[in-house]
Design a protein. Sequence first.
Length: 108
Amino acid sequence: MDIFAPRGTPIRSTTPGVVGRVGENSLGGRTVTITGPGGYHHYYAHLERYPALKVGDWIGLGTVVGYVGDSGNAVGTPPHLHYGVYTSTWTAIDPYPLLKREAQAQRP
C-alpha cells in the first residue's frame, strides 16, 4: 500500500514490536521492518531517513520509525510510504483492514 504525504513526514509504527531489519535495498530503498504480535512483519519502505534504530530494538506503538521519502525504486516519484504487512512466513496480506480497524478503535 502506498501512502502519499509530504517529504519528511514522520512515520509512526502501526504496532509494538521488535526491529527485524533496518537498512537499504534496491527496491525499497531505506527500509525498516518491525515484527509485532502474532509474528506479523510490518514493512516501511522508500524512507527519506530513519532514526537510530538497531535490529533487536523494542519499539512501542506510535514510535517514529522513519520519514516519508522516495528512496529505492521510487526515486523521482512523489514522496510516499510503501507500507506492507506480511505473515510470519512472509506472505503478503492487505494492510488496509488492519489500519482501518486501528483508526476506528482510536475514535472517541
